[in-house]
Ligand binder design. Structure first.
Ligand code: IPM
Ligand code: MG
Length: 399
């Protein structure tokens, strides 16, 4: 009996610590400064994190494209492109930290980060079971919106997912505990501030792009409290946008309807909690040619990080195929970065070049193996397309 009492007391103490942290976080969200204005910044610093596995290969190609597109701005001192090291799994394991000391300061010196995939250790791996560096970075830099577009124009698919990126099942994902040997507890957290800011961003995006519907996806019929709050806040925000309809779905049927060619084209802008967003965006990217083709923006009021939606593909490295990895996802991420920091025309050009090279013309084709092109050859093709003065006409001919 006393063993049981002790277990409960231990759990209560642990839970109390989590409660204090979450209450402090809510206060910080309330006090958060306003959105950064990139046009006011003298030198915009772009940090490039290579990543693990295929990361350094595909990041190098995306960086090359960025450097090419920002040549003038770099030489005028308006933009600085710099490497941020210290985040490889070996370095994280040595420091026993998701983000080693010093690296976070370096990341905070950047206004925007282009990040290759980083190994996320799990139980049983040769690495210490550290928290995911992605998750830590999203939290530490308060990158609350994970924006993931998926487009397949030939099938009428034009989706933008607004995945809540700092709370839900992820925020305490490494902070659950075993109450006894037999009972494992994890937590999911939704705050009013967290749910409201992601819903508002989704509605603002709808408004800016003339889209008249935002789809909110939860499992609020079962996960009543936290998903219930997420939905409640989406409804509250929707009231400020009378011209935009809020469309409510549960995650299970949403996953099914994405496969239904008649229904899926009706979705445009989707807002959803962290874990559902993680799952659905991998499914969604598959329609576009797989996770290798999808870029992703992690946006906060002060910092922003852009990445591929996929992992580091250790198998490709083990099999000696890293140089054949598709850098499109990282280049899409680079395009989102350019748009986010104010180079909207450059972002569009890169998008067009990627559509032409990866989807329409396909003169250089990647297969992920030696029977296809290397990532570097594909990047050369993209760079060449970017230099074409007729790029836009070439792109239009496929619309
Ligand atoms: C993603 C990834 C990450 C996530 C992993 C690597 C922690 O799957 O960006 O979608 O779950 O968010
Ligand atoms: Mg994922």
């Amino acid at each position: 009996m006393s063993g049981r009492r002790e277990a409960i007391e231990r759990a209560k103490a642990h839970f109390e610590e989590l409660l204090v942290e979450q209450m402090d976080r809510v206060e910080r969200m309330k006090a958060a400064e306003d959105w950064i204005d990139y046009s006011m910044i003298k030198t915009i610093v772009i940090g490039v994190v290579g990543g693990d596995g295929i990361g350094p290969y595909i990041s190098a190609e995306a960086k090359r494209v960025l450097e090419q597109m920002l040549k003038a701005e770099v030489s005028e001192g308006k933009v600085e492109i710099t490497d941020v090291s210290g985040l490889s799994i070996e370095e994280r394991a040595r420091a026993m930290k998701a983000i080693p000391d010093g690296v976070l300061d370096e990341l905070k010196r950047c206004h925007a980060i282009l990040k290759g995939p980083l190994t996320t250790p799990k139980k049983g791996d040769p690495w210490p079971n550290l928290e995911s560096a992605n998750v830590a970075m999203r939290r530490e830099l308060d990158l609350f919106a994970n924006v993931r577009p998926v487009k397949v124009p030939s099938q009428g698919i034009d989706w933008t997912f607004f995945r809540e990126n700092t709370e839900g099942a992820y925020i305490l994902g490494s902070r659950g505990f075993n109450v006894t040997d037999e009972i494992a507890f994890d937590f999911t957290v939704t705050t009013s501030q967290g749910a409201e800011r992601i819903a508002r961003l989704a509605f603002e995006h709808a408004k800016k792009n003339g889209v008249d519907r935002v789809t909110a996806v939860t499992k609020a019929n079962v996960i009543k409290t936290s998903d219930g709050k997420f939905l409640e806040l989406a409804r509250k925000v929707a009231k400020d946008y009378p011209e935009i309809e809020l469309d409510e779905w549960f995650i299970d049927i949403m996953a099914a309807k994405l496969v239904d060619p008649k229904r899926r084209t009706q979705f445009r802008i989707v807002v959803l909690p962290n874990l559902y967003g993680d799952i659905i965006t991998d499914e969604a990217a598959e329609f576009q040619g797989g996770v290798g083709t999808a870029g992703s923006a992690n946006i906060g009021k002060r910092y922003a990080m852009f990445e591929a939606i996929h992992g580091s593909a250790p198998r490709m490295v083990e099999e000696g195929r890293a140089q054949y990895a598709d850098p499109s996802s990282m280049m899409r991420a680079a395009a989102m970065l350019l748009g986010h920091i104010g180079f909207v025309d450059k972002a569009r050009r890169l998008e067009m070049a990627l559509d032409i090279c990866g989807q329409y013309e396909r003169k250089v084709v990647l297969t992920g193996r030696s029977d296809g092109a290397t990532g570097a050859e594909f990047a050369d093709y993209v760079v060449e397309a970017l230099q074409d003065p007729e790029l836009e006409a070439r792109w239009r001919s496929y619309q």
